[in-house]
Ligand binder design. Structure first.
Ligand code: IVH
Length: 664
């Protein structure tokens, strides 16, 4: 036991160390596979010993969803900053401070003003115990589970100088690159896009389900103290150094500024440098470096007298909307985009701005010919802030998105309560590549080898016009394509052929019905039993199902009502995509009915997934841990604790071959 406990501690330390190298220093010491192996060992040990260390890296993947966030009062209020709108106002601040302390050698700390979400992290005896949003400055929301998923946040402080209580504050941000990736994923999933990185970071951090937050590549920089008990600091510079020593991420552009002139220079340099940073900043913060002097200067009601935000010029300009076009994305979402009279905004020529959706157009009353104020956040596509109503042409008319898809002409539809308008035709050329990639993906038809590039190539060579065309692809025509050889062409044809036997739930998922994910597809499969029955389902029948509300019901009905989709489904059927409901199979073969199986050790004859499927198809259940209620334990190579437990409980232990024999 003690050896195992020691190993548990050792694994947690080692994995935490690898996290630092990977997420903070961008310099991994081990391969992903080695990292995963250590993680799996730790997970297994935690399960076996039933112990989870407070700084365990396994806890970063998210916890079950909450119903609401609890309030978390701040021990010291989280203040905001007074603003200096230009260089003159910034100099006024510095001069005022200098005047207050004649004869003192003053220095300032210059920091980028990160455009994200302010949060507080609380450590007790060096361990991360809770964290909150800023809220109204006095009480925030307890978002501990979400913060834990941010890999840069140390769960345990490094070093010896560990205060009893340490509260630190910082900004959670999303980089431009990760923002783009996240929006691409949102689009792929048929979900609404985020307007800018800040909104995306806020949306990610305020998820009730922290498993979703865990998938969002949030980052954080720490910059200010809350309550600290047991350690004293002389200056912001010393505090920032200590933050680094504890293992916190501290912004590399922070700079100690020896004078007011240096502060002004920093402001001007950072405004230029703004375009080169990988994340959004909306100004700089200048803080009096000495904490003694900060104390003497004290506070106004909500802002300190010892710091100021030097805001950058808003990257806003006015221009004219020449035209509004409706852009069709890969999931059929139709986005209105304003075509602008080109204008320079913060050094970049802008000629388009997203108008998001019809509601946004209506809310801002945006029309062709309007003069508008536009702004740019980061290198993100610009948006319209407002119209200048005085300049509206007399003959202007309200804009409405088209009733037919501008690419294929199929009717567009808007599901009740959803902001997005969509083209209803899955074979629309604008959606084709995306829908085929989704169709072929692992959880859908699982067509090995049919990735983005190949799909593109098949479309470009006129071989695919809908997903159904996959099934009439011929070996010879694939072989003729660049990059294909006999073997690879054969493999692709075989993988497509094999996909015909995918279960009903996977085929429903593969169709890519908006709002219809993997889980819902399973429910639909179980309740309707065939594509034909699902296609005929009434709104009431759909609404009767768990997890189906009006939006989802409507989206399923619209999908099956669309003639292009109906003809694609007909083609699939005649190609032999005739899904069988798993449940029917289960009923046919119920030899494991009521039996539970545990698989342990390294399996060589089948994968764990295949084994689970074999058991389920025969009416049995698989479980992760052994108990006296377990009927069979199937042990592969190097089976460990689960096997010994099974033996001590006198359970039936099978080899892989014996299991295969039983399943025949
Ligand atoms: S110091 C009393 N430093 O700006 C000092 N704030 O308008 C409070 N912010 O709510 C904050 N970067 O969310 C500080 N380097 C930085 C900052 C920063 C961004 C945000 C923070 C705060 C807001 C104040």
């Amino acid at each position: 036991m003690n050896d195992k406990l020691e190993r548990l501690r050792q694994l947690a330390d080692e994995l935490n160390m690898h996290n630092v190298h990977y997420y903070m220093e961008d310099n991994p010491l081990v391969s992903d596979a080695e990292y995963d192996k250590l993680m799996r060992e730790l997970e297994a040990l935690e399960q076996e010993l039933n112990i989870i260390l407070p700084d365990s890296p396994t806890q970063r993947v998210g916890a079950p969803p909450l119903t609401a966030f609890d309030p978390l009062p701040h021990r010291t209020p989280m203040l905001s900053l007074a603003n200096a709108m230009n260089a003159g106002e910034l100099m006024d601040f510095c001069r005022r401070v200098e005047k207050e302390f004649p004869g003192e050698i003053l220095s300032f700390m210059g920091e980028p003003k990160l455009d994200g979400l302010g949060v507080e992290l609380i450590y007790e005896k060096g361990l991360f115990v809770s964290g909150a949003t800023r809220g109204d400055g006095y009480t925030g929301e307890n978002i501990t589970a979400n913060l834990r998923t941010i890999r840069q946040i140390p769960l345990k402080l490094k070093g010896d100088a560990i205060p009893d209580i340490l509260e630190v504050r910082g900004e959670v941000i999303l980089s431009h690159a990760n923002f783009k990736k996240l929006n691409a994923q949102q689009e792929q999933d048929g979900k609404p896009l985020f307007a800018n990185p800040r909104n995306a970071a806020a949306g990610s951090l305020r998820q009730l389900d922290s498993r979703i937050t865990a998938k969002r590549p949030l980052e954080i920089f720490i910059y200010s103290p809350g309550e600290i008990q047991g350690i004293k600091f002389k200056s912001q510079a010393q505090f920032l150094e200590q933050l680094k020593a504890w293992g916190f991420p501290v912004n590399p552009y922070n700079e100690l500024l020896p004078s007011s002139e240096a502060a002004l220079d920093y402001y001007q340099r950072m405004e230029k440098n703004r375009e080169n940073l990988p994340y959004d900043i909306d100004g700089i913060v200048v803080k009096v470096n000495s904490w003694r002097l900060q104390n003497e200067l004290g506070m106004r009601t909500r802002t300190p007298r010892w710091a100021i935000a030097g805001k950058f010029k808003a990257r806003q300009e006015t221009t004219v909307i020449k035209e509004i076009i409706a852009q069709v994305g890969r999931t059929g979402a139709i986005t209105p985009v304003a075509i602008l009279e080109p204008v320079q905004v913060g050094g970049v020529t802008v000629s388009r701005a997203t108008l998001h959706n019809q509601d946004e157009i209506d809310r801002k009353d945006i029309r062709i010919g309007d003069t508008v104020l536009i702004q740019r956040a980061g290198d993100v596509i610009p948006e319209v802030v407002k119209i200048i109503s005085e300049k509206r042409p007399a003959d202007s008319q309200a804009y409405r998105l088209p009733e037919n898809c501008p690419v294929c002409g199929a009717p567009t539809s808007r599901v009740a309560d959803e902001a997005v308008l969509r083209c209803s035709n899955r074979s629309c050329p604008a959606q084709l590549a995306g829908s085929i990639e989704h169709f072929a993906s692992k959880k859908a038809m699982d067509i090995d080898g049919l990735g983005e590039k190949i799909v593109q190539q098949l479309i470009e060579n006129n071989l695919l016009h809908s997903v159904a065309d996959l099934f009439s692809l011929e070996y010879e025509s694939v072989l003729r394509l660049e990059r294909f050889a006999e073997k690879s062409a054969q493999n692709l044809i075989e993988a497509i052929e094999k996909s015909k036997s995918r279960p009903l739930a996977a085929v429903i998922y593969a169709l890519g019905i908006p709002n219809c994910g993997e889980y819902l597809s399973r429910i639909l499969a179980e309740n309707f039993g065939s594509l034909a029955a699902l296609a005929k389902a009434s709104a009431d029948e759909l609404l009767a199902l768990e997890g189906v509300g009006p939006i989802v019901a409507e989206s399923i009905r619209t999908f099956f009502a669309e003639p292009h989709n109906q003809s694609a489904l007909e083609k699939l059927k005649s190609a032999g995509v005739n899904p069988i409901l798993q449940k029917e199979k289960k009923q046919e073969d119920a030899r494991f009915s009521g039996k539970t199986f545990v698989f342990t050790g390294a399996l060589s004859k089948f994968t764990r997934n295949e084994a689970e499927k074999m058991v389920q198809e025969r009416g049995g259940k698989t479980l992760g841990s052994v108990s006296k209620k377990t009927d069979y334990v199937v042990a592969g190579e190097n089976a460990g604790s689960k096997l010994s437990k099974a033996q001590s409980l006198g359970l039936t232990v099978l080899t892989e071959d014996e299991f295969l024999e039983m399943s025949k």
